[in-house]
Design a protein around this ligand. Structure first.
Ligand code: FO1
Length: 310
């Protein structure tokens, strides 16, 4: 079974780590959000690609979920002393990655190729693919105007009220050309923020068409537990967009292609209305504080996926 795992930032990366421990590198491909990417200090920064690469290399910062562990901050402190923009915290080791990726891109390598060079250097065996090598930029329409993703998420710390989210360029973006959809028998949507991290990927036309094929089994792991997202602004954004913060809303969000849905054990009763949507639903532990929990959820996901595959 070739698994396509769709993931964004921190939440999705946890399940991705579990899947990478359970599946060989030729059994799974990770398709990663690039809507958070931006140019900063002349550098091309790809936060979700880096979060996954660092997580699979086991060098990510567990406390923050982004950047590297055992990091030093001389660069950004010096930048601040010079009066430069220090709102986006670039660690010294992390900075080397951004500088090198920018150099590779300047030399004409694609984002896919640059990501592969860096993953290999960090001894990551699994395939990490940007959803597209064409530009996709998530922008947030807010009560203080339209904001780029990082300005909304980091500079303004998700405080502005969200009125809408756009994925600029997604409708023209080609799905990653390395992806051979014919080999995929199961698609897993990892528990990332549906609106900020998964939708920029689903907005790529070729992908959504594929997910809707009746012979393609697609399952999602809910990012909501007991009516709240475990981390990040999902709860706030859903409320501001007028959604109920619950599993049914998430299942409905993916309903046009979803075959199966995994909710947390605490929300097992949410499965009934979701089954009525024609989506198979099971309850498992989706709170992944430990590596064991990540591996267990990965196993539960694959076992469930095997019952869905057509
Ligand atoms: N998130 C923050 O909240 N504050 C930061 O200063 C910050 C710096 C940063 C540097 C590199 C990187 O790859 C990610 C970074 N992030 C930071 C997270 C980033 O905003 C991501 O887009 C989020 O993880 C959402 O996916």
């Amino acid at each position: 079974m070739r698994v396509l795992a769709i993931t964004g930032g921190v939440g999705g990366a946890k399940l991705a780590v579990g899947l990478a421990k359970v599946l060989q590198s030729n059994e799974v491909v990770f398709l990663v959000n690039t809507g958070d990417d931006f140019r900063h200090l002349g550098l091309h920064i790809s936060p979700d690609l880096d979060t996954l690469t660092y997580s699979l290399a086991n060098i990510s910062c567990p406390a923050k979920g982004w950047g590297r562990r055992d990091e030093s901050w001389t660069f950004v402190k010096t930048l601040q002393d010079l009066g430069g923009p220090s709102w986006f915290q670039l660690g010294d080791q992390d900075l080397a990655l951004h500088a090198y990726r920018t150099q590779l891109l300047t030399e004409g390598r694609s984002l896919t190729e640059a990501t592969q060079v860096i993953a290999e250097a960090l001894d990551v065996k699994h395939s990490i693919l940007p959803a597209s090598d064409d530009p996709v930029a998530t922008t947030v329409e807010s009560d203080i105007g339209e904001l780029s993703f990082q300005h909304y998420f980091v500079k303004h710390q998700c405080r502005p009220k969200v009125q809408g989210i756009r994925y600029v360029g997604a409708d023209r973006a080609r799905l990653n050309l390395r992806l051979d959809l014919a080999t995929i028998s199961l698609v897993v949507i990892c528990p990332s923020n549906p609106y900020l991290s998964v939708d920029p990927i689903l907005a790529i036309p070729d992908l959504r068409k594929f997910l809707r094929k009746p012979n393609v089994a697609v399952l999602a792991v809910s990012p909501i537990v007991r009516g709240r997202a475990l981390k990040g602004p999902t709860t706030k954004i859903m409320t501001e967009l007028g959604y109920n913060v619950d599993n049914e809303t998430i299942a409905l969000h993916y309903a046009d292609f979803l075959t199966g849905f995994i909710v947390d054990g605490a929300d097992a009763t949410d499965c009934d209305p979701i089954q009525e949507l024609g989506i198979k639903c099971i309850a498992r532990n989706t709170v992944m504080h430990t590596t064991e929990a990540r591996v267990q959820l990965a196993r539960d996901t694959l076992d469930f996926g095997a019952t869905l595959s057509k």
